[in-house]
Write a protein that binds this ligand. Structure first.
Ligand SMILES: NC(=O)c1ccc[n+]([C@@H]2O[C@H](COP(=O)([O-])OP(=O)(O)OC[C@H]3O[C@@H](n4cnc5c(N)ncnc54)[C@H](OP(=O)(O)O)[C@@H]3O)[C@@H](O)[C@H]2O)c1
Length: 278
């Protein structure tokens, strides 16, 4: 039975990935920043590095990423990669983000490179923006005001269903034939945010509209919501890439790896309707 450490096991990807691995006979070691409440959990603080050695010491392979809130992704990821190397893990799958490799100097790309050069077997997946952001980060605006307010204009994004990212990760963690490869992961189609709003309106039966806002207004809103300034600025920067069209393209990686086409936005909205209507 392979012991697989999941960083952020309670998060969007982790909760979808854990049952897929368990179904394939893996023992999941669930990393959490909180005090463990059940067997199989291990406490780590990715910000300070506390608990990392113990967590990676229990595992044979790991799924890692830098959780929301941190702009210096390298500071969060390099200690994870080093712990994996020190404990001789057989493979690490890193969830990065689409476009991270466009800039060799970006903190995320620095972490990608460190994994590629670690001597470990590795995969890097670079997903586009998650569909699930609409039932998490952007949920409050939709529920309370019927508005998706973002500085992205009429750009298109090939949003991906997080369940497809988990399905890809499960394949990579249970197969060896794709080792040492990176994959850009997208959904099946690129949508404008007013098209997203129209789908959400149809699925929920309540009016949802898209409002294009200035980057400065986005930054002010994120700071007011309590996000650290560097992370808020990072988000506004990458939303600028969205507006410039860098998140439009689609890839066939999900289908090539899992053997089935990625889910579309309508299906996602149907499956998550309760989030917006409750
Ligand atoms: N959202 C997008 O559109 C998008 C697009 C491309 C890439 N990504 C990548 O995906 C990541 C988000 O993945 P996700 O949605 O699965 O994450 P998520 O749902 O936000 O979950 C992250 C988990 O990490 C744990 N965590 C947070 N801070 C921690 C800390 N200091 N130490 C240890 N654990 C900590 C938390 O669990 P506990 O409460 O149990 O500690 C949390 O549930 C992003 O950060 C980015 O790297 C996201």
């Amino acid at each position: 039975m392979t012991r697989t450490l999941l960083i952020g096991a309670a998060g969007t990807i982790g909760t979808a990935l854990a049952p897929l691995l368990a179904a394939r006979g893996h023992e999941v070691i669930a990393a959490t920043s909180r005090a463990p409440t059940r067997p199989g959990q291990v406490q780590v603080d990715l910000a300070s590095g506390a608990g990392l050695s113990d967590a990676f010491g229990q595992a044979q392979q790991a799924f890692i990423f830098s959780p929301p809130g941190f702009a210096r992704h390298d500071e969060i990821l390099l200690p994870q990669i080093e712990a994996a190397r020190a404990h001789g893990l057989r493979k690490v799958v890193l969830m990065s983000a689409l476009g991270a490799n466009a800039d060799e100097a970006s903190p995320l790309r620095r972490a990608e490179r460190a994994l590629e050069q670690s001597g470990l077997a590795w995969n890097i997946v670079r997903p586009n923006w998650f569909m699930q952001n609409f039932n998490s980060f952007w949920l409050q605006g939709i529920r309370e005001h019927g508005v998706i307010a973002l500085p992205v204009g009429d750009s298109r994004t090939s949003f991906i269903d997080a369940r497809d990212i988990a399905a890809v990760a499960a394949e990579l963690l249970t197969r060896g034939d794709l080792d040492n490869c990176d994959f850009d992961l997208t959904g099946p189609a690129a949508l404008r945010h007013d098209e997203v709003a129209a789908i959400l309106s149809r699925e929920t039966g309540r009016a949802v509209r898209f409002q294009d806002i200035a980057p400065e207004a986005m930054l002010a809103g994120l700071l007011e919501a309590g996000l650290p300034r560097d992370y808020a600025a990072f988000l506004v920067t990458i939303l600028g890439y969205v507006k410039a069209g860098y998140n439009e393209r689609t890839t066939d990686a999900v289908a090539a790896i899992t053997g089935r086409a990625p889910g579309g936005f309508e299906q996602y909205a149907r499956d998550h309707r309760a989030a917006w209507t409750a």
